[in-house]
Design a protein around this ligand. Sequence first.
Ligand SMILES: Cc1cc2nc3c(=O)[nH]c(=O)nc-3n(C[C@H](O)[C@H](O)[C@H](O)COP(=O)(O)OP(=O)(O)OC[C@H]3O[C@@H](n4cnc5c(N)ncnc54)[C@H](O)[C@@H]3O)c2cc1C
Length: 303
Amino acid sequence: MFDVIVIGGGPAGLSAALVLGRQRRRVLVADGGEVRNAPADEMHMYLSRDGASPHRVLEAGRAELASYPSVELRPGRVARVSGAIDAFTVEFADGTVERARRLVLATGLVDEPYDIPGLPERWGSSVFHCPFCHGWEASGKTLGVIGRDVPQVMLGRYLADRFSDDVVVATGGPHELPEPVLGKLADGGLVVRTEPLVEVTGELGAVDLHFADGTTLRREALFHRAPTRQRATFAADLGCEILDDGSVRVDAQAATTVEGVWAAGDMARQPAVPDALTLVSQAAADGVRAAVWLDQGLFRAAL
Ligand SMILES: Cc1cc2nc3c(=O)[nH]c(=O)nc-3n(C[C@H](O)[C@H](O)[C@H](O)COP(=O)(O)OP(=O)(O)OC[C@H]3O[C@@H](n4cnc5c(N)ncnc54)[C@H](O)[C@@H]3O)c2cc1C
């Protein structure tokens, strides 16, 4: 019986494990090894690691955990989770079964770029989703934004406000953008192209949008706020409340609505926060918060 099984070895899960290991808790970290920013060469906005490789940062994190003998890192995908506080069961895809008194879910999100040939392949290398993570590097460049709903095209307006005076929005086909939004795009000097998109080619610095009418538009970088989904359904399977946007509901201590289950990182959000802040620093902080309160709960339960 582990004190805690952490599912997910990204920034949130590893941070939780570090805290718990230092408190001499017996911890298993199960990790499928598919962190969200894996396609990106650089990670930004993490103090002391701005511009570092996401892989290197995780390697460093795993190396630090090796100092804490009560923490076990186990590569592998978890297939099923069941049980209740003090008696959770975690079943790996290879059939291995482990038990724990508490769970930390840190399984992250999956990005699902539009199904335009060439777009998913360029995700994270020449197609970016976040102006905080990658806007600075796009400064002064010709930019394209692919999207057809309001938040997606307003990303273009934001980029034009902060980083570039040459931003083209490509809806890739018909859209239902309200007039006031189109007005805001025009006021910002953005061009909107509505022809269907048939392909994206090229690399960072020279990415080509190929339209169905046979024309091509070259941009130095693309942005696309792709839809996301939960990478795993364990929170829902256990009966945790899920918010309208698909985030797992957590309180200020990172506890879910199911006793004994914490959730941290991109997958979770407090209802008071209007939009999930899906950033590495935020995920790491969430993992720490979950682990501290979980540890304190275990301590009090033993008194
Ligand atoms: C292209 C791209 C670039 C980004 N760049 C930045 C940046 O520069 N700066 C920044 O702050 N943020 C950036 N982000 C956001 C950042 O990647 C996330 O905020 C961060 O990775 C969230 O950490 P997490 O631990 O919550 O989830 P993740 O990093 O996604 O880790 C989740 C882990 O859980 C594991 N897992 C899931 N399901 C299972 C299962 N069934 N069994 C076992 N393991 C499982 C996964 O394999 C994965 O290892 C970027 C995102 C993208 C898409």
